[in-house]
Write a protein that binds this ligand. Structure first.
Ligand code: FPP
Length: 247
């Protein structure tokens, strides 16, 4: 193929790779505690790691990055930590909006927003619209997200459509049901990574990760660099994915 025969996607290495990596960012609290610092310092350092990783996505071949930032269970934490995290999410969006647009990053938020501060909800709506045309990197952040909660909300939405006569229950296949999930316009993750040595799924992308590979790394999230990600992707590249079939 000559240079002129290449389409636009061929000209940007980032667009050739459609890899979807989902991450459970764990270990911020322990990272801070190890240094005798408040937990929120760990979360702040974690937010810096998010920015670095998003920046590096085109170079390391990740097109979709989906991050677990606040689970439906995280409300059990102290009010100080919950409010600190919420304000960190807002600050990240305001601070990074210009950069995301320059770098072609589309940002989405998944999870149930209704319980969040209306100002934060408005900021989420705004950033999603402001970056909607970008297609180089798809950053999705899960906030007040739980896989079971997402499935229950999807079931309620489908049931409402059935009651309204808009949906025939006989036509609900797994692919059709997926269109009711928060991730309806995203591919399923190829790889789910959890940091900090914990080996649990913690209610993350329960439906979407049915065939994903999992990597558990001892690295605490505030120590997670683009090089850590590149090493994990190397390990992932050595695996054989069969999707339930045989070789
Ligand atoms: C889990 O570590 C981490 C969280 C609940 C928060 C994740 C949030 C960030 C990394 C902040 C920035 C995110 C964005 C998208 C701007 P933990 O606190 O449970 O750690 P521990 O298990 O060591 O206590």
């Amino acid at each position: 193929m000559t240079f002129d025969q290449r389409n636009d996607d061929d000209q940007d290495p980032a667009l050739q790779n459609h890899l979807h990596v989902a991450i459970i960012m764990d270990g911020n609290g322990r990272w801070a505690k190890n240094r005798g610092w408040p937990r929120l310092v760990g979360h702040r350092k974690g937010a810096e790691r998010v920015r670095e990783l998003v920046d590096s996505c085109p170079e390391i071949g990740v097109r979709y990055l989906t991050l677990y930032a606040f689970s439906t269970e995280n409300w059990k934490r102290s009010t100080e930590e919950v409010l600190g995290l919420m304000s960190l999410f807002g600050r990240y969006i305001k601070r990074e909006a210009g950069r995301m647009n320059r770098e072609g990053v589309r940002m989405r938020i998944i999870g149930d927003r209704k319980r969040l501060d209306p100002k934060l909800q408005a900021l989420f709506d705004w950033i999603e619209q402001d970056t909607a045309k970008n297609d180089r990197v798809h950053l999705t952040v899960a906030i007040n997200y739980g896989g079971r909660d997402e499935i229950a909300r999807a079931v309620r939405a489908a049931a409402r459509d059935v009651a309204a006569g808009k949906l025939d229950p006989a036509t609900i296949s797994d692919t059709h049901f997926a269109s009711y999930l928060d991730t309806s316009d995203l591919p399923d993750p190829d790889l789910v990574v959890r940091t900090s040595g914990e080996t649990r799924v913690s209610n993350y992308l329960l439906w979407q990760a049915a065939y994903s590979e999992y990597v558990f790394t001892p690295v605490l999230w505030p120590d997670f660099t683009p090089q850590t990600m590149a090493d994990i992707l190397h390990e992932y590249g050595l695996r054989e994915r069969r999707f339930g079939g045989v070789k």
